[in-house]
Design a protein around this ligand. Structure first.
Ligand code: F6P
Length: 332
């Protein structure tokens, strides 16, 4: 018979994402509602190795649903990748009486969760990363807020680029994926967007588009570069050589990870936290809580780690269709 879960640990690991606190709150509050205790493990998997924890009760997680970052702190632990580190983490689980661990983060976090589950600790993963690059889920907590933060910054940049009639090259995060860049690029009406999923061709993807925009009378240009494509500084040099204009470069960087989570991230994080604890209460574990077709489903963690997600290139076609192009002849 399944062992009844009495006490769970919750941790955040990897890059922080807006909405992680909302997920922590939902995990702790749902656990309490279901008659369990909840312990916050600080600094991700490293905290489990070091027995770095805090008691979470209903009040401790009050007033955090609206806060960016993570009250549990986060880290990327090399030590947890080793057998020795994992055994120390297991010893912490035993010492703290943790019957299960809920891990909030990205693929790296889930790989850690899988390792822990193989040592006999039931786990649940909750996907949170601004990159939205986790194969098993349509959506990851933090993505929408990060998009909006980038959009707000780029709208401001546009004011000054327009006034000076300049070209802006903006580098956005996303690790090896172009989700953030493409969504942001569409939303700011970028002249060009470069994503790692598409082979980079300077002439086709940037130069022609700037020339077309110029011919259509535009005097400022916005080029969005996903960090996975390469350095915005380097690309701006290439634009300078090819078109003769000297772009200004902005690397948005970690600002994209901060700020209060928006409605989508608070709501998704709260639902995922709830469903994660519900799964444990009902005897299911070693799953990632994922979104699919608007609903929440559990995906076995091993399967989840095998899954890949592709950037929807039809969105790229949308970007191109609504961008500036030379008017075409129509036979009407
Ligand atoms: O995964 C989130 C992310 O912000 C990526 O977009 C980026 O490549 C990476 O983390 C940056 O990591 P760090 O905070 O360690 O510089």
């Amino acid at each position: 018979m399944e062992k009844k879960i009495k006490r769970i640990g919750v941790l955040t690991s990897g890059g922080d994402a807006p909405g992680m606190n909302a997920a922590v709150r939902a995990v702790a509050r749902t656990a309490i509602t279901f008659g369990m205790e909840c312990v916050g493990i600080r600094r991700g998997w490293q905290g489990l190795i070091n027995t770095d924890f805090m008691r979470l009760d209903a009040a401790t997680v009050g007033h955090i649903i609206n806060r960016g970052g993570t009250i549990l702190y986060t880290a990327r632990s090399e030590e947890f990748r080793t057998e020795k580190g994992q055994k120390r983490a297991l010893a912490t689980c035993k010492m703290l009486g943790l019957d299960a661990v809920v891990a909030i983060g990205g693929d790296g976090t889930f790989r850690g969760a899988l390792d822990l589950s193989r040592l006999g600790v039931p786990v649940v993963g909750i996907p949170a990363t601004i990159d939205n690059d986790i194969g098993c889920t349509n959506y990851t907590i933090g993505f929408d807020t990060a998009c909006n933060t980038a959009i707000e910054c780029i709208d401001k940049l546009r004011d000054t680029m327009q006034s000076h009639e300049r070209c802006s090259v903006v580098e956005v995060m996303g690790r090896n994926a172009g989700f953030l860049a493409l969504y942001v690029g569409i939303s700011v009406g970028a002249t060009a967007v470069l994503v790692p999923e598409r082979d980079f061709n300077l002439e086709r993807d940037v130069v022609d588009r700037i020339r077309n925009a110029r011919l259509a009378g535009h005097t400022h240009f916005m080029v969005i570069v996903a960090e996975g494509v390469g350095s915005a500084v380097e690309i701006s040099k290439q634009i300078h050589e090819a078109v003769g204009i000297e772009p200004r470069v902005t690397v948005l960087g970690h600002i994209q990870r901060g700020g209060a989570p928006n409605a989508r991230d608070r709501e998704t994080a709260t639902r995922m936290g709830y469903f994660g604890v519900k799964a444990l209460a009902e005897g299911r574990s070693n799953v990632v809580i994922t979104t699919r077709d608007g609903g929440i489903v559990e995906t076995p963690i091993e399967e989840a780690l095998q899954m890949t997600k592709h950037l929807q290139m039809d969105r790229y076609a949308v970007l191109e269709a609504v961008g500036i192009s030379i008017p075409q002849d129509h036979n009407d």
